[in-house]
Design a binder for this molecule. Structure first.
Ligand SMILES: NC(=O)c1ccc[n+]([C@@H]2O[C@H](COP(=O)([O-])OP(=O)(O)OC[C@H]3O[C@@H](n4cnc5c(N)ncnc54)[C@H](O)[C@@H]3O)[C@@H](O)[C@H]2O)c1
Length: 338
């Protein structure tokens, strides 16, 4: 039995809870949140995930408001750090120093220095540190990467990724709407696509971005061109200043020499491959959702099972580095080299 704890029972803490509870031989034994009212909210994890609507049940789980006490009393194998981003470093390091493996939500940290300290703690303690870049585990994105890597449809000529959201209103003490705490939509939301661009194509040589500010006071809608040595045209657009009536959409188009791969979470069918020599088809994708697949990967790694290197701490830092370069480019309105 793998004994798991969660710190931060907000939007993502509930999502992690749901995923662990659905797994065999995993027990959420303790949860920590400084806001005790969170333990009274047994409503669903929600989000845009099918099946995430079951009520939460905290029976037989140790409920804490202090991580130190939880670590001493709960004998955890692993901890999900689902706290506001500006707290990731302090709590992730504290857990690893107490001998606990950590799954920390994305973005890893607000800056590269904090991320490096987290990696150093992981190396010093020998404890795992996985960052929650769930898009690397999202079934359609996984399949798109598999198709691109296979070379079956030739080289990538262009790709565009979008992640557009209404303004999030749920965050604890409004931390998301404070750019000093969240890094604004660029670092909080758009990083999913920057990270996937890195996953698919490696780090670009430079970025060119334009951004507009919004309710966080920072880059709340950003458009970036990722520059590579060849002529491929790679862009991503992300932000959280869409209207409530718009809701949330994530999508991509990948143009290859012999096919276009299209995903749009609001369309039906959501995922299609349109080859140059036949009809469009909907490829089979892995089961589950990005969150549950990422958590299953983490638990397997904690148990010492052999898992592929899908997201390393160094790549997680690179994604922070990438978005910070995008923010710099937007501020300077010029290309920034990486
Ligand atoms: N992977 C994804 O798709 C995704 C989606 C949303 C959020 N996130 C990330 O998850 C993290 C959490 O975001 P959220 O939306 O769940 O935030 P949230 O505001 O909903 O939840 C934060 C929780 O932390 C608790 N908390 C605050 N200080 C604490 C402390 N010192 N000790 C214990 N608990 C404390 C709050 O009471 C709250 O319950 C962020 O890094 C965010 O970027 C990831």
């Amino acid at each position: 039995m793998t004994r798991v704890g969660i710190i931060g029972l907000g939007f993502m803490g509930k999502m992690h809870f749901r995923c662990y509870q659905a797994m065999e031989d995993v027990q959420v034994v303790a949860i920590c949140d400084t806001d005790k009212a969170k333990f009274e909210e047994t409503g669903s994890a929600g989000g845009n995930i099918e099946g995430a609507d079951a009520p939460l049940d905290f029976t037989d789980i140790g409920l804490y408001d202090d991580l130190g006490r939880m670590l001493t009393e709960s004998k955890l194998d692993a901890l999900s750090v689902t706290l506001p981003t500006y707290m990731h470093k302090e709590y992730a390091i504290k857990a690893m120093r107490a001998g606990v493996n950590v799954l920390c939500e994305k973005p890893m940290a607000l800056n590269v220095e904090d991320g490096l300290e987290m990696i150093a703690a992981s190396e010093q303690t020998g404890k795992l540190l996985q960052v929650g870049h769930c898009i690397r585990f999202w079934p359609e994105y996984v399949k798109a990467k598999e198709l691109v890597d296979s070379g079956r449809y030739g080289k990538v000529l262009a790709a565009t990724f979008q992640r557009l959201s209404l303004t999030p209103t749920w965050s604890w003490e409004g931390w998301l709407m404070d750019r000093a705490k969240s890094g604004s939509a660029a670092l909080d939301l758009h990083i999913h696509d920057s990270d996937f661009v890195q996953h698919l194509f490696g780090m670009p040589t430079a970025v060119f971005s334009r951004a507009t500010s919004g309710p966080s006071g920072g880059d709340d809608h950003i458009v970036t061109q990722y520059v590579y040595d060849d002529n491929r045209v790679i862009t991503a657009e992300g932000g959280w200043v869409m209207t409530p009536a718009f809701g949330f959409e994530m999508s991509f188009n990948i143009l290859l020499e012999k096919a276009t791969i299209v995903y749009d979470c609001t369309r039906e069918p959501t995922f299609r491959v349109c080859p140059d020599d036949g009809d469009a088809y909907c490829p089979e994708v892995v089961s589950g959702d990005g969150y549950s697949n990422e958590i299953e990967h983490f638990v397997k790694a904690v148990r010492g099972e052999d898992v592929p290197d899908i997201i390393t701490p160094a790549q997680s830092i690179d994604s922070v580095k990438l978005v910070l370069a995008e923010k710099k480019s937007a501020a300077l309105t010029e290309k920034v080299a990486l």
